[in-house]
Design a binder for this molecule. Structure first.
Ligand SMILES: CC(C)(COP(=O)(O)OP(=O)(O)OC[C@H]1O[C@@H](n2cnc3c(N)ncnc32)[C@H](O)[C@@H]1OP(=O)(O)O)[C@@H](O)C(=O)NCCC(=O)NCCS
Length: 173
């Protein structure tokens, strides 16, 4: 089984082409993760540059799974830096390449991000996701609690408005 690795900003920069490919693949596959399709390479590159900047500043963790010279999965943890929110973090952009799905990588990435959250002292995790998609099934299976839904929150890659469901999970410190 492939093991997720937490990347430094320099390591992530060295993987930029693979990260761009992963993001483009997942958006092309129809996932609502902030982009419309087709996703131009320069837009994907800009996104990853922002992510890497936050990794460098210490406000974000980035984990990836590599197979050969490809990045087949990734996940991020946005660390709240507000003085009253240092216990919480947002799980974001769980991505598994369409050719690598249903092999347990999503589950492994979620487990790894929880472990990283614990290691940096975060005890409350939250996320949001499009309902009735594989990710929602996964989060429920992993013990996340639904907090509610917001209608018409975002667009699918094809421009159709959909709700988002908010989930949280308290993890032991
Ligand atoms: C959600 C996603 C990360 C799952 O990745 P994955 O590696 O295929 O997931 P896993 O193989 O670890 O599956 C774990 C469990 O999730 C559920 N699951 C995953 N894909 C599913 C699907 N297509 N339909 C129904 N349940 C699914 C199953 O319960 C599965 O367990 P099982 O295989 O024992 O039945 C992947 O589908 C993906 O990248 N989707 C697009 C991006 C996205 O929506 N990210 C979330 C943004 S909030």
């Amino acid at each position: 089984m492939s093991v997720p690795a937490r990347l430094t900003a320099d390591q992530a920069s060295a993987l930029l082409p693979q990260l761009v490919t992963l993001l483009q693949d997942v958006v092309a596959g129809g996932a609502s993760i902030g982009f419309l399709r087709p996703l131009p390479a320069d837009v994907a590159l800009h996104f990853w540059h922002d992510v890497i900047g936050e990794v460098a500043r210490g406000s974000r963790l980035l984990l990836v799974i590599r197979e050969g010279d490809q990045v087949v999965g990734s996940i991020q943890l946005g660390l709240c830096l507000k003085p009253n929110g240092l216990h919480r973090a947002e799980v974001q952009k769980l991505l598994v390449h369409t050719a690598a799905r249903r092999r347990g990588l999503g589950r492994v990435l979620m487990s790894a991000v929880e472990a990283e959250a614990r290691a940096v002292g975060r005890s409350l995790l939250y996320l949001d996701t499009e309902p009735d998609q594989p990710a929602e099934v996964l989060y429920r299976k992993l013990g996340w609690t639904e907090a509610g839904a917001i209608p018409d929150y975002a667009c699918t890659p094809d421009g159709r408005l959909h709700p988002t469901v908010l989930f949280y999970k308290k993890i032991a410190p």
